[in-house]
Design a protein around this ligand. Sequence first.
Ligand code: GDP
Ligand code: MG
Length: 440
Amino acid sequence: GLADRLQNTIQKIRGKGKVTEADVKEMMREVRLALLEADVNFKVVKDFVKRVSERAIGQEVMKSLTPGQQVIKVVQEELTALMGGEQSKIAVAKRPPTVIMMVGLQGAGKTTTTGKLANLLRKKHNRKPMLVAADIYRPAAIKQLETLGKQLNMPVFSLGDQVSPVEIAKQAIERAKEEHHDYVLIDTAGRLHIDEELMDELVQVKEIAKPDEIFLVVDAMTGQDAVNVASSFNDLLGLTGVVLTKLDGDTRGGAALSVKAVTNTPIKYVGLGEKLDAIEAFHPERMASRILGMGDVLTLIEKAQSSVDEEKAKELEQKFRSASFTFDDFLDQLGQVRKMGPLDEILGMLPGANKMKGLKNVQVDDKQISHVEAIIQSMTKDEKIHPETINASRKKRIAKGSGRTVQEVNRLLKQFEDMKKMMKQMTSMSKGKKKGMKFP
Ligand code: GDP
Ligand code: MG
């Protein structure tokens, strides 16, 4: 995938004490191919490579003490910029309710995302949303939203399928005012392709509902098609944001990188699964880090904070940042991680996880975690803090004590070491960035 290719490329340049123009050129060739292969828009790739090359060959990088890392920093910053720089916030109407209109093609995930977003608004922002069933064409669409409403214990406004979506929207907003709902989420109909009839109707709903946000829901798996769809909807409706769904699937990542550049509309949320909590606010910087394999520590910390007590999460963050955590912390973390959600998802966010051979492409199950725990528990106190002292005979002892093989012990030690290395790099990079922000 895109992440793998980019990571291989930057790995080559990372440790270099001297970076020549030829190095940069070669790197850019590979970056360009990786992006094209990921289905990023051709023009976007061209501009991106041009910008990165100019900066990378410039004085700031070549004359610096760590040119390899500086180049990576440039790539990361430009990737972030490509996806829209700062994260955008969701609108709040001066006079409630805030109206959000969900639009998109059939099957993109509008109805599901309407439920997810309402759930998020209530859980994270303490809001009181109402859902509106304005897809009167798809036979089971109203029922689907009502089922979601029941699951969430949230009101769904519906007038059946004989009343026009425009009228439904109008009455729904009146009702929301009466019942003091502060957000109204209108789930509209989609078609298989963009057609005039659909667009006319959406324009009419827009005129009546005067939405504060119009979110286009697009399927990330459709790559550049998603971007073309976004362009068309934006021309006709004026979008305020894009929700990119199905990022949990086997996507090539191209849509995430092209949407903003092509349509000038930011991605605001991403869908990461079918469940109602599988949605996240989109953070361009985090996404860029994730793509470059620097680990999504911030998202991890956010997850930790919602399932682990805050004190522990802060400690964890501190340790991540100072790269000073030991096998004891690791063990502690494994226990916490079980509470956070699917393990492979969590581990994928750890810095360097992509580089850990044992983890990549392996279904991480609880049994494996138990094995890891057993190995760590067989280490002495001192070994957990100074794993570099674990020699061959100690490895044998640990393997025996945990009922695992020496190879497994080796693998864990290697993974731990890789992880620490990545953390160190990450910390020095973020220090560099802070400086850069002070003196741009
Ligand atoms: P709509 O036609 O645009 O309203 O699409 P739906 O909300 O009915 O979703 C279509 C299908 O995509 C359903 O099976 C959803 O469960 C699924 N889906 C929606 N969002 C996601 C997501 O982020 N990840 C995955 N894996 N599936 C999703
Ligand atoms: Mg639907």
